[in-house]
Design a protein around this ligand. Structure first.
Ligand code: AMP
Ligand code: MG
Length: 334
């Protein structure tokens, strides 16, 4: 299959919408990462997304909408707390899990009776959804297990020849995937941390929001039972060995990272340090793209300084720890 490069103009966006309506696969930019879109109501199209990514079929997709009118047909009910959150955070980088309606095929939700929905703020994403006149199921546009793509070229690195088209949009602003917030239980629960944090929602709405316990447990632990199916898979991994330096302060982490670097270099490793100096925003924006770049350079050992683990830093560290397969060194232990 030849993958067509589409530009951000109305002609090409209309063409992309048409491709989606006919059951095709089109990658497109969002404010979080690039998505690989298909008509969420078309079973065959959704199956081909799983195939193109090599994604396990029990890992459900997020369904993207552009207007509130699209929400009602996808779900059985919208609780008032959900309305309140959508009012504040949509369009934006947060996904809500609600009870699904029969319009949505089971393949889209990985066999679950709930559905994850987001209204992205990226203008190109919303223009595409409107042009398609369909809700668009879109996981990240990478091969399953690889770092998520934050540029159109990163999408092509994994997907050229496997999908119908890529919209060649801008670099993603946030750089890590959306917050996933489950609203089907008694208390809103963050299943996947992202740019919008539990603390932010609590402060704004004055309600309790909790993090799913599995976010604090590493996967080797017998107690690890994530509610979000995707969280159990290996994720975001480059070919290189990744080490995260955790704990202490910014300076301690950097010092420790460079001492690991000297050791690795003297052991003939092609090693590099990535130091975000505690800046979570910058780290999120850069991290996945950097992993891909270092892979292309043939670096075999990537030593990354960790972030303060609260607020957005906690979300970015979640991705870093997964990318490293929980390969962690404490900054204050030798
Ligand atoms: P990705 O498409 O790679 O951003 O992954 C989407 C993530 O959203 C998956 O890893 C799922 O775990 C999560 N997700 C999607 N639908 C649901 C749902 N109905 N319930 C819980 N988590 C979901
Ligand atoms: Mg993904």
């Amino acid at each position: 299959m030849k993958t067509i490069r589409l530009q951000v103009n109305q002609t090409d966006i209309d063409r992309a919408g048409e491709m989606i309506r006919r059951g095709g696969l089109v990658a497109f930019p969002t404010e979080t990462v690039y998505g690989l879109g298909a008509d969420a109501t078309n079973e065959a199209a959704v199956r081909s997304v799983y195939a193109a990514k090599g994604r396990p079929s029990d890992n459900p997709m997020i369904v993207h909408i552009a207007d509130m009118e699209q929400l009602d047909e996808l779900v059985t009910e919208v609780p008032s707390v959900a309305r309140a959150m959508m009012e504040i955070y949509w369009p934006g980088p947060i996904t809500f899990v609600l009870k699904k309606s029969d319009v949505v095929p089971m393949v889209t939700t990985g066999g679950l009776d709930t559905i994850a929905i987001r209204m992205p703020s990226n203008r190109t994403a919303r223009r595409l959804i409107r042009a398609a006149r369909r809700p668009i199921a879109a996981p990240s546009a990478n091969l399953s297990g690889r770092p998520s793509p934050t540029t159109a070229l990163d999408v092509l690195e994994d997907m050229d020849g496997r999908i119908d088209a890529v919209i060649m949009g801008d670099t993603c602003d946030v750089g890590i995937e959306s917050t996933v917030c489950d609203l089907t239980g008694d208390v809103p629960t963050i299943l996947r941390p992202g740019y919008i944090t539990a603390e932010m929602i609590q402060a704004k709405l004055g309600i309790d929001v909790v993090y799913d316990r599995s976010l604090f447990i590493s996967p080797e632990n017998a107690d690890f039972h994530p509610k979000s199916p995707g969280m159990k898979y290996k994720h975001y991994s480059p070919k290189a060995n990744v080490i995260i330096v955790r704990g202490g302060d910014t300076e301690m982490r950097a010092t420790r990272a460079y001492s690991i670097l000297s050791l690795a270099l003297s052991g003939d490793k092609n090693a590099k340090v990535v130091d975000y100096k505690g800046d979570s925003r910058e780290a999120a924006h850069d991290f996945f793209a950097r992993l891909r770049e270092l892979d292309r350079e043939g670096v075999d050992t990537i030593i990354v300084t960790g972030l303060p683990e609260e607020g957005f830093g906690f979300s970015v560290m979640n991705r870093m720890l997964k990318a490293a397969g929980y390969n962690v060194v404490d900054s204050d232990k030798m």
